[in-house]
Design a protein around this ligand. Structure first.
Ligand SMILES: Cc1cc2nc3c(=O)[nH]c(=O)nc-3n(C[C@H](O)[C@H](O)[C@H](O)COP(=O)(O)O)c2cc1C
Length: 188
C-alpha cells in the first residue's frame, strides 16, 4: 500500500491510520477490534461504557440510566469491551479515547490501563495531569489531542516540570474536523 508503519513509544502500528474515538457505543469492541486487526489503530471510547450490552455490568440504574459516573463510566464494562476487542485483534496495538472533560477522568484512565489499553488518547481539554494516572503503566503511550501549538506548549511544559516526560505523539485537529477542539462557530 506504500504506507509506512507508525511507531508510538513501544507500539508499532502497521498502517499510520488512527480510527478516532467515537463516544457512547460507536467505537467499542467490534469497530476498534477490527480496525486494529487490519493493522491501523482501533480506539475504544471510554464514554458511556455503562450502556454496553444492555447495561448488564452496571451496579445501579435509575430512570433506565446508569447511576452516577462510577456506573456511566463502568470499569467492568470497559474490561469486557477490551476483552472482546482482544478476541478480534489479539495483541495488536489498541487505544482508548478518554475525554478530559469527563467526571472521574483519572480513575477512567487507570481503568483503561488495567483493561489493557496500549495508547491513551485524550481531547476535550488540556490534559495537564494525564501522566499522573499512568505511573504504574510505563508502556502505555500518551497522546493528547490539540488544536493549537499553544495548547501543545502548555501540555509539554507542565509534563516536563511535573513528570519529566512529553507526549508520545499528538493528534492535531483543525476546525474542519468533527472533534471537540473549542473553535468558534465562525472558525468552522
Ligand atoms: C459520532 C462522533 C463521536 C465522536 N466522539 C468522540 C469522542 O468521544 N472523543 C473524541 O475525542 N472525539 C470524538 N469524536 C471525534 C473523532 O474521534 C475524530 O477525531 C473527529 O471526528 C475528526 O476526524 P474527522 O475529521 O475524520 O471527522 C467523535 C466524532 C464523531 C463523528
Amino acid at each position: 500500500m506504500g504506507l509506512k508503519p507508525l511507531k508510538i513509544a513501544k507500539h508499532t502500528i502497521k498502517y499510520p491510520i488512527f480510527q478516532g474515538g467515537m463516544g457512547v457505543g460507536i467505537s467499542w469492541d467490534r469497530l476498534a477490534g477490527n480496525v486494529s486487526k487490519e493493522g491501523a489503530l482501533g480506539i475504544i471510547s471510554a464514554v458511556g461504557t455503562g450502556y454496553y450490552q444492555k447495561m448488564q455490568f452496571v451496579e445501579k440504574i435509575t430512570n433506565s440510566k446508569p447511576f452516577e459516573a462510577i456506573n456511566f463510566y463502568s470499569k467492568q464494562a470497559l474490561n469486557e469491551i477490551f476483552k472482546n476487542a482482544r478476541k478480534i485483534c489479539g495483541d495488536k496495538p489498541l487505544g482508548a479515547n478518554i475525554l478530559y472533560a469527563i467526571n472521574e477522568y483519572g480513575r477512567v484512565v487507570r481503568d483503561a490501563c488495567e483493561a489493557g489499553a496500549n495508547i491513551i488518547v485524550t481531547g476535550a481539554g488540556l490534559p495537564t495531569n494525564m501522566p499522573e494516572f499512568t505511573k504504574n503503566f510505563p508502556d502505555v503511550a500518551l497522546v493528547p489531542i490539540v488544536s493549537s501549538a499553544k495548547a501543545l506548549r502548555i501540555i509539554c511544559k507542565r509534563w516536563m516540570d511535573r513528570y519529566a516526560r512529553i507526549p508520545d505523539a499528538v493528534v492535531v485537529e483543525g476546525p474542519l474536523s468533527g472533534g471537540h477542539q473549542g473553535f468558534s462557530y465562525e472558525d468552522c
